[in-house]
Design a protein around this ligand. Structure first.
Ligand code: ADP
Ligand code: MG
Length: 698
């Protein structure tokens, strides 16, 4: 077990293990279920369960769990052991097909947004055979979906699988129109690039804000931040390298294709990218990756921060969702093809995405909305909160040529003719500018860059898959009934470009002038906070689209609206309470102690020589006294604002109150504390500074 090829996937019940341990008949039947979504009969399930159990036990597993992704945003598991008593007083290891297919965790504590009455504590979990089972510690983990007894989805996997199905269905209709009859399935794939920070456990433990909220709520700017750009792609420090090495090993054993790792822009910030894979597997893998990052870090005396904005004034962490769709024959539908026909097909899929992103800007913004991510979007480091698409100059020129029936610069023909002309190969645009776009075409995939580092990628991909399925459905409805396919196709593409070109923006997304142009001239949406965007989840057009494709029921959408806003409110309330507590019990007393000592020193000096001015001491005492007063007042106001939240009648109103009062007071309290930090002797300050935190790992 030395080389990666030997141990890659060694903890996964993958195709290799299935082939080796299942009878040919059982294997064929399971494979059909995995590839085509056919139903599994109980006989096959029993055989698979037995093989899975024997394999897991041989790897040292004693327990199994249905592993699922409730709406808390993290994963959940409840372990049951395989043991069953035998008449002779011993035990046998057992696992049935029924146990594999369905589980019944006590789910009363998972958020359901009113979908499951509290007296009905149980939901059920259902096996997702398309994502391989794996072993974590001594437990066989079976990826599952999580539903209420009424059949409502209580998790992120169920709607994701439904959205993949919707996209598959509509994409197949389009492919048929282009004569691709042999394609059986179209699948979306994702490669998520994951950013994170590493700091030492020793520093972390001294900061209640990090421990309770995952981010620093106070901290004056360090003298050195990221301005030198000396961290980005820099040499990886030995302690970080040791962490990455172990992380890779752990991920590889779980069959996760961790591929690239490098330092990111901010000090102590790093990135890991896997090789892309099917969306639901990529989602499972990303959840596992985040969990294992934290575990491995702790073994190295480190803490992995996945919060979107652990440090103010320093770049936050995001997650780039590289997304494409491909046929079961491996044809990437966002790759311009070699023949004119393939090219026309490519342009139609491209237009479907342009239309989808424009029509459902709000859903894309909603899919990445959390209290944490609100700190990044629009803060000159991450893409703005305005959604737009970057296509690059070349592709843009092609679209312009089609829109206006004018010649395209790369062709000799008089005009761009669909189904006749061959498109040039679009290379990935490597200009730095495109990194500012929230949604960029990068050669053969789209990179959605608004996701926060701690977000599950499920939500973004649910919306993306569904919105594109909707465009494709409208196109298929139109084209299937067309008298002349080519004419109709040309018209459809031209119409899409005309109607939706306002979402295309190839300039600098960080530019203030862009936000002005986007909102004032182009009428694009700009939702600053989660409180602003979330109500639009229930807009009629969004409910209609998502329910018509069977991705969500209306009740499920309502519950998600509640849960997401509740999460937003709770997160900020916990932050505000932590701030008040730290300000009152740590920061103010520290400033007070230092002020008293400075004042004492002035008194002592005067006693020695009454002519001494002691203007330094007086100045410090004055400034710090004013700041402590301000801190005390702001802390009190913040406490009052928190109490008045009880008046809110429903979650939407509460989120608005938080947005309008609590956030502002939090930042005022912070400003006073941070200024005091710069005036107080370091030995008095009750917690590690930004410089200590950011440069703690050697
Ligand atoms: P960069 O940081 O330059 O954007 P990375 O190499 O860090 O690029 O990450 C690119 C990600 O895109 C990887 O996860 C990669 O597997 C993924 N990717 C590449 N091609 C595709 C594709 N066709 N569909 C989806 N994801 C893809
Ligand atoms: Mg990258």
């Amino acid at each position: 077990m030395n080389t990666v090829t030997d141990y890659f996937g060694s903890l996964v019940f993958d195709d290799r293990v299935m082939k080796a341990t299942l009878s040919a008949k059982v294997y064929a039947s399971l494979k059909k279920t995995i590839d085509e979504g056919t139903e599994l009969d109980i006989g096959v399930a029993n055989a698979v369960a037995a093989a899975m159990k024997d394999w897991a036990v041989s790897k040292g597993a004693t327990h199994y769990t249905h592993w699922f992704q409730p709406l808390t945003g993290i994963t959940a598991e409840k372990h049951d052991s395989f043991i069953s008593p035998s008449p002779d007083g011993g035990v046998i290891m057992e696992f049935s097909g029924k146990e594999l297919i369905k589980g019944e965790p006590d789910a009363s504590s998972f958020p359901s947004g009113g979908l499951r009455a509290t007296f009905e504590a149980r939901g059920y979990t259902a096996w997702d055979p398309t994502s391989y089972a794996f072993i974590k510690g001594k437990t066989l983990c079976i990826p599952t979906a999580f539903c209420s007894y009424g059949g409502h989805a209580l998790d992120k996997k169920t709607p994701l699988l439904r959205s993949m199905e919707a996209l598959n269905k509509q994409a197949l209709r389009i492919l048929k129109l282009f004569g691709n009859d042999s394609v059986k399935r179209v699948t979306s794939s994702v490669g998520p690039e994951q950013e994170y920070f590493l700091i030492t456990k020793e520093m972390y433990d001294q900061r209640p804000d990090l421990r309770f909220t995952g981010r620093t709520l106070f901290g004056a700017k360090p003298p050195k931040g990221q301005e030198m750009d000396d961290h980005y792609f820099g040499v990886i420090k030995p302690r970080v390298a040791a962490f990455m090495e172990e992380l890779n090993d752990e991920l590889w054993k779980l069959g996760i294709l961790a591929k690239t790792e490098h330092n990111e822009v901010a000090p102590a910030q790093h990135e890991l990218a896997p090789i892309y894979t099917t969306t639901n597997i990529a989602t499972d893998h990303n959840q596992l990756t985040m969990e294992i990052m934290q575990k491995v870090a702790s073994r190295h005396g480190l803490v992995c921060l996945l919060h979107e904005k652990p440090f103010a004034g320093v770049n936050g962490s995001g997650k780039h969702n590289n997304w494409s769709i491909a046929t079961d024959a491996g044809q990437n539908l966002f790759s311009p093809g070699a023949t004119p026909y393939e090219n026309a097909q490519f342009l139609l899929f491209l237009c479907a995405v342009i239309k989808a992103v424009d029509d459902y800007q709000d859903l894309l913004r909603i899919s990445v909305a959390t209290a944490g991510n609100d700190h990044r979007l629009g803060a000159n480091e991450a893409p703005p909160a305005v959604v737009s698409i970057f296509l690059g100059d070349e592709l843009n020129a092609v679209l312009e040529a089609i829109e206006n029936d004018t010649p395209y610069k790369g062709t000799e023909k008089t005009q761009m003719k669909l189904g006749v002309d061959v498109l040039p190969k679009f290379n990935r645009d490597t200009t730095d500018r495109n990194r500012t776009s929230p949604f960029a075409f990068t050669g053969n995939k789209f990179e959605f860059r608004m996701l926060g580092s701690s977000n599950s990628i499920a939500c973004a991909n649910i919306m993306l898959n569904s919105a594109v399925a909707e465009s494709l459905k409208i196109y298929a409805d139109r084209l299937e009934g067309a008298e002349d396919f080519e004419v109709a196709l040309h018209d459809l593409i031209q119409k899409t470009i005309k109607e939706h070109k306002h979402i295309i923006f190839n300039g600098n997304g960080y530019d203030e002038s862009w936000i002005k142009e986007a909102t004032e001239k182009r009428g694009l949406l700009n939702y600053h906070t989660t409180a602003d965007c979330m109500p639009h989840l229930l807009d009629k057009k969004n409910v209609d689209m998502l329910t018509s494709h069977g991705v969500f029921t209306e009740a499920e959408l309502k519950s998600r609206y509640e849960i997401m806003l509740e999460n937003y409110c709770k997160t900020i309330i916990i932050e505000a309470k932590t701030m008040v507590d730290m300000a009152k019990t740590q920061i103010a007393p520290a400033i007070e102690a230092y002020t008293a000592d400075v004042a004492k020193s002035a008194v002592a000096k005067k006693a020695l020589d009454s002519a001494l001015a002691c203007s330094y001491e007086t100045g410090v005492v004055r400034k710090l006294s004013a700041l402590t007063d301000c801190i005390a007042t702001k802390a009190e106001e913040l406490e009052e604002a928190l109490i008045s939240l009880d008046d809110a009648e429903e979650i939407g109103a509460e989120s608005i109150m938080i947005r309008d009062t609590v956030l502002g007071l939090m930042s005022e309290l912070r400003v006073a504390c941070d200024e005091a930090e710069t005036l107080t002797a370091k030995s008095y300050w009750p917690m590690p500074s930004y410089a200590d935190l950011l440069f703690s790992v050697k």
